[in-house]
Design a protein around this ligand. Sequence first.
Ligand SMILES: Nc1ncnc2c1ncn2[C@@H]1O[C@H](COP(=O)(O)OP(=O)(O)O)[C@@H](O)[C@H]1O
Ligand SMILES: C=C(OP(=O)(O)O)C(=O)O
Ligand SMILES: [K+]
Ligand SMILES: [Mg+2]
Length: 546
Amino acid sequence: MSQSIQFSTPSRTPHLLHLPHSRFHRPLTSLSFRQFPLKYTSIRASSSPEERSVVATAVSTDTAAIDVDTVTEAELKENGFRSTRRTKLICTIGPATCGFEQLEALAEGGMNVARLNMCHGTREWHRDVIRSVRKLNEEKGFAVAIMMDTEGSEIHMGDLGGGESSAKSEDGEVWTFTVRAFDSSRPARTISVSYDGFAEDVRVGDELLVDGGMVRFEVIEKIGPDVKCLCTDPGLLLPRANLTFWRDGSLVRERNAMLPTISSKDWLDIDFGIAEGVDFIAVSFVKDIGVIAKIESIDSLTNLEEIILASDGAMVARGDLGAQIPLEQVPAAQQRIVKVCRALNKPVIVASQLLESMIEYPTPTRAEVADVSEAVRQRSDALMLSGESAMGQFPDKALTVLRSVSLRIERWWREEKRYESTPLQPIGSGFSDRISEEICNSAAKMANNLGVDAVFVYTKDGHMASLVSRCRPDCPIFAFTTTTSVRRRLNLQWGLIPFRLSFSEDMESNLNKTFSLLKSRGMIKSGDLVIAVSDMLQSIQVMNVP
Ligand SMILES: Nc1ncnc2c1ncn2[C@@H]1O[C@H](COP(=O)(O)OP(=O)(O)O)[C@@H](O)[C@H]1O
Ligand SMILES: C=C(OP(=O)(O)O)C(=O)O
Ligand SMILES: [K+]
Ligand SMILES: [Mg+2]
């Protein structure tokens, strides 16, 4: 049997927003439980097997009309709804993972988004990766989204020269950081710096942090374009590692703070990304492509709410953030960013050093597993691998660790019934938006209370799906959308299993069609309890799969 709550708004035109306040207290919204009309009874749970098979055969020729990847399909068939992973996984692609087979292995291993860091590699290299991911999606049915991460105006080291992949700096050694450029051969213990004002801005006594503090130097002498530095914390210098400098215990923000957020190279990269049709760009102002604000500067923390409101999502970029604020403040900043994103309904990514030791070793440290668990427990939308997948020795193993830790912690969280005590604040500005929000909040609550197997959401632009995801319900969310680009973008958000499906304004026929398609592929079965919501019809329907 199926039941529904129908919200019928007499008018959804904008003038509704400007009605006198008292009008809002009139019963604009009617609430009623109703049986589905006769047409719909053909797929009720109580319908006869013959009836059901008629419906199934009528639509079974249409199985190609639903796009879902083979991994999700196999997972649902094997383990059912409860086992699906809710936390999304992002892999930075680099020399260790740029081949077609390597990308395919990552997609099979659960990669939802491929990240390209424009700080490294040529545009041709990035173009090849983008095209390989697209090909993989087309040939194997994956919906791996592509996120282009712009370089930004950070100060960083140049390439090491001579094709070197790293250089070791030992305690007590003196290295020269210089704004001079080198063609091929780099003099011993010399590092070029990307920012012309570097030699003028630093002072003797300043502390120079490489790669967020992985290696530290003290400035001991300045000679024209050359800055002599004494190594105080030894470590590995990697090509194009980022540089920050500190004076008297504070971050130095002189002229480098005046550099534009988006450099001229970034604008060219953004043009390139738009031309290649990437799905997300980390920081920019373009339309149609999701814009992810990387929270990694000290200033971004003071304007956090505004930045997140103006973006399509955020990244807790702990690498640089940890170089700009004291390390012990990073966990609290992470928690705050995740919380603000959730409140404002923007997807949030926790990034950097999640499994850093796996660049070299096949097993993570206990502390790394605890860090990943914490990000999952905070219910961030996505976790990101950087060097682990870009240039590490065990990219697939690192992805497997993220996947298994996510699954385990999500299950633990559900078993312990760690529901939030504080309700989500309203976010919509229009009345119709507010109705959608209340529908999604109620649907998620009902899903938990009734123990349903899945929430189905039919959404054209993805907004309704994000509202259900925001509630972090106990069950997976099947998000049906009509375009492949929205499907890829939804792949970044917590708990959403995105499908591409053409559907109409008629919810009953949409449900008929979906049940038949998913049943014929063995992804749902008769008797499964489902709640359906959509952005075409403001209603909540509860039903058993016929
Ligand atoms: N496209 C690429 N080409 C070559 N190396 C890359 C690429 N992307 C990432 N890497 C390597 O992986 C490391 C970690 O990646 P990431 O954290 O994204 O960069 P960064 O260290 O510059 O912040 C980089 O330092 C670099 O050595
Ligand atoms: C993700 C980050 O940015 P990038 O790797 O580009 O420096 C970071 O700083 O943590
Ligand atoms: K970057
Ligand atoms: Mg950074």
